[in-house]
Design a binder for this molecule. Structure first.
Ligand code: SAH
Ligand code: SF4
Length: 391
């Protein structure tokens, strides 16, 4: 299979076009077709000469994701289950900026991306790891999750079709950009303006493809999403946290902590054996020193496991030491796993105790979490249904 064109940066494509003796504005045209118009074939790039379209189709792939299942409705959290070219299933979750309280709509969203098919890290509470790791996603498969969701939303809201840029050098001017925020130059029907890499998979176990995808999504000629609006969540891979700290872009970092002592964390996250808290904290201190950016600790509250008073002190100490904020997330039950979420009263008490220790923290309180449950569950359900149908 040839390289997918959505895995290439502008500089990489420019090098190829220069080798083909093509003028520079052709690269801009192709980038507009891919990231502004979001076309799904080279044939649709109507302002390119026919020979160039044919040459591109011969030398590059242009894959799209196939939507196999969707849960949730517009203005609420929506889950997309995609099939990849090799028939693997992955999920993306679209979360409205302001959940539709009182019937209000919101036009900006956060998209939660997957980075692997399955996950090798086997956290005991997580649906993504239940069937192990199958493969890493390529950069274009991460980029395409954003483009696919936006194509879907444009179709669903009737904002498509978009204008076609003129042929020739004058087409170097940006096409179909919204006047709403000229500095950011979003396409008019843009919906995703925040990315959290918190879907299926451990992003730092697929480091190079992840960084390539984030650069494509962040660049002014590609996804145009601000670096600070892109957050990567890791289960705590210390060497990659250090590498991430050395990157030039200001991407944000979240760490799945879920336990503030090795005893508790080690019980639910096998990765803690490889990188115990001492090592994780040292890597996070390096990140802090290099970046001075606030880290987020994610802390799922699981009944009887990590929701007791004895975790509050060590968690507060870690958060204060690293100037981290803490997001408390009541556990979403996973079919087939025995873990449960604590009562609302226990969650509220945990929050109050942390706040009393001067920690910046929030508690996710939305109801109806059945569909916005953590990534990996829709895939698991779909695979189990398919197996049941065959047996
Ligand atoms: N592998 C990365 C990113 C993907 S998981 C990581 O672990 O950080 C994204 C987040 O969802 C993590 O914080 C993870 O612990 C959490 N999560 C997994 N299963 C969950 C569940 N059933 N309920 C609530 N959060 C869950
Ligand atoms: Fe993998 Fe993250 Fe799930 Fe752990 S929580 S199994 S690292 S996806």
């Amino acid at each position: 299979m040839p390289t997918d064109i959505k895995s290439l940066t502008r500089a990489e494509l420019e090098a190829q076009f220069t080798a083909w003796s093509l003028p520079g504005y052709r690269v801009k045209q192709v980038m507009d077709w891919l990231y502004v118009q979001r076309v799904t074939s080279f044939a649709a790039m109507s302002n390119l000469p026919k020979e160039l379209r044919e040459r591109l189709a011969r030398d590059y792939a242009l894959q799209t994701l196939t939507l196999v299942r969707k849960q949730g409705s517009r203005d609420t959290t929506q889950k997309f289950l995609w099939r990849l070219a090799d028939h693997s299933l992955i999920e993306s979750v679209l979360i409205p900026a302001n959940p539709s309280l009182y019937g209000a709509t919101s036009d900006r969203h956060t998209l939660c991306l997957s980075t692997q098919v399955g996950c090798a890290y086997g956290c005991k509470f997580c649906a993504s790891g239940l069937r192990g790791w199958k493969r890493n996603l390529h950069a274009h498969e991460m980029v395409e999750q954003v483009l696919g969701v936006e194509r879907f939303c444009a179709g669903a809201t009737g904002t498509a079709p978009v204008a076609v840029p003129a042929a020739g050098p004058e087409a170097a001017a940006p096409a179909v950009l919204t006047p709403r925020n000229p500095a950011r130059a979003f396409p008019a029907d843009r919906v995703v303006d925040n990315i959290v890499v918190m879907g299926m998979g451990e992003p730092f176990a697929n480091y190079d493809q992840l960084m390539q995808a984030l650069r494509l999504l962040n660049s002014p000629w590609g996804g145009r999403i601000g670096a600070r609006k892109i957050t990567v969540s890791t289960s705590g891979l210390a060497p990659q946290i250090r590498r991430f700290a050395d990157e030039p872009e200001q991407f944000s970092l979240a760490v799945s902590l879920h336990g503030a002592t090795d005893a508790v964390r080690g019980q639910i996250m096998p990765v803690n054996r490889k990188y115990p808290l001492k090592e994780l904290v040292a890597a996070l201190e390096y990140y802090q020193m290099k970046r001075g950016r606030q880290i987020t600790f994610e802390y799922i509250l699981i009944a009887g496991i990590n929701d007791g008073r004895e975790q509050v002190g060590p968690l507060a100490a870690l958060a204060r030491r690293l100037h981290a904020k803490v997001n408390l997330i009541p556990y979403n039950t996973v079919e087939g796993l025995a873990w449960r979420r604590p009562s609302d009263a226990v969650c509220e008490q945990f929050l109050r105790s942390l706040k009393a220790q001067k920690v910046v923290c929030t508690l996710r309180r939305e109801k109806g979490h059945d569909i916005d449950a953590a990534c990996g569950q829709l895939r698991l359900k779909t695979e189990r249904e398919a197996e049941a149908a065959l047996s």
